[in-house]
Design a protein around this ligand. Sequence first.
Ligand code: HEC
Length: 204
Amino acid sequence: MSDSKLPPKNTILSDEKALLLDHDYDGIQELDHPLPRWWVWGFVCCVIFGIGYMGYYMTGPGPSSKQELSKAMAEIEALKPPSANGSAGSEPSAEELMKAFKDSASLNHGHEVYTTKCLACHGDKGQGLIGPNLTDDFWIHGTGNLADVAHVVTTGVPEKGMPPWGPVLTATELKDVVAFVHSLHGTNPAGAKPAQGNQQTFKD
Ligand code: HEC
């Protein structure tokens, strides 16, 4: 585009004269153009929307961020398959546990699961390493009976470094590994970790 068609610099067009403000900063003058209609209406609409929004969410019936989060979390929980919940519902029943405890095939299977999933922290014989000794009479969580072991294995103690296994293991793996852990009681392996927790007496 050729410059010759543009108005020369600092030229005020005739219809802009009325808009010229009466100040002059070192030769710089200002035109007071009215704001475009669409802009003004946009602004007015934003203000009206803002008042409505604040009224609804801050003083009215609108849900708070916390309420919206807990609603969304509840929806997510509802979509999860039951086995992935690691909840009390997915813990094996007392009968299932006792059956596995008395069945050598289940105990062997439990031993395999133990070797791949638990050995690193509890030692190859349950003597304890990062995690506590699982062979003695002392238990931090529960009494060491089948149901209590099933509970701590399912839900874990994440803040102390014991992972929750409910969401990881299948129902069979879980009951068999619990039965295997219980079968270690009283085995008194060499190099056992000193007792942690409270002393328990249990029969089964
Ligand atoms: C990453 C390490 C780690 C792994 C892997 C792990 N545990 Fe643990 N476990 C721990 C720790 C640490 C504790 C102690 C928690 C505490 O102090 O409350 C624990 C506690 C336990 C307890 C309770 C002991 C008590 O005295 O009350 C049982 C039972 C148990 N684990 C079984 C298992 C089984 C079964 C597996 C495998 C499926 C397993 N753990 C895998 C670290 C682990």
